[in-house]
Design a protein around this ligand. Sequence first.
Ligand code: HPA
Length: 272
Amino acid sequence: MDYMNKMKESIKFIKSKTKETPSIGLVLGSGLGSLGEKIENPMVIDYKDIPNFPMSTVEGHKGQLILGQLGNKKVIAMQGRFHYYEGYPLKDVVFPIRVMIGLGIENLIVTNAAGGVDEDFCPGDLMIIKDHINFTGQNPLIGQNFDDLGPRFVDMTRAYDERLMSIAKKAGEDLGISLKEGVYMWFTGPTYETPAEIKLARTLGASAVGMSTVPEVIVAAHQGIKVLGISCITNMAAGILDQPLKHEEVIETSLMVKDKFERLVIEILFNI
Ligand code: HPA
């Protein structure tokens, strides 16, 4: 079956499970998935039950979609996302985003765990993503363009929506949660970066580095969907502190921050 028909089949399956049309999609990053448990009247669908969906393989990532209400909005949340480093082609990595868009979302909130490159950051900080650098040479839009979904050449000037960013900043102020703002740089992983790569990233204007999110934002831009990105700085990037990087630290910090993160996202949802 071709990609468009696969999408249509997945969308049809999910629509058969609920009458609600979600207006906001949420991608919950490493250690941040528990926000999914706050969704009211949840309808949970395992990725493995959805025709054509890939399956998640990383510790700390579940693999399910949750539809319901959060912060007075109808949302659809991905608990667990797909990463390029898992071996999925980028077309698969972004498939669920295309499906959420097909279900009717107008806004997408993407979240992730990231390494802090800006030396003013601390583990536990939340960063609003104002722009990104795709440092991988990969792009989910390489190949045939689906003209029904979006243009061949996609403008990325405002990939992260100004209005959503100001809503997020205001939500932070109202809740007394201090927020950083910066540029997210995508590396494929699964290795963490070398200290020399982090120096390079800083020189090129990155504030944080990570292994996800950018492909998802690219397809949202392709389809004209407004994006808000939030990084949880789980660790200082390689070479900044004199200690090795560990996945356990990433998960530990994101769990520590989860309350603050959840309050922030819910407040943002109320104000969209
Ligand atoms: N580098 C890349 N990805 C990450 C990091 C990091 O330091 N921390 C969490 N995800």
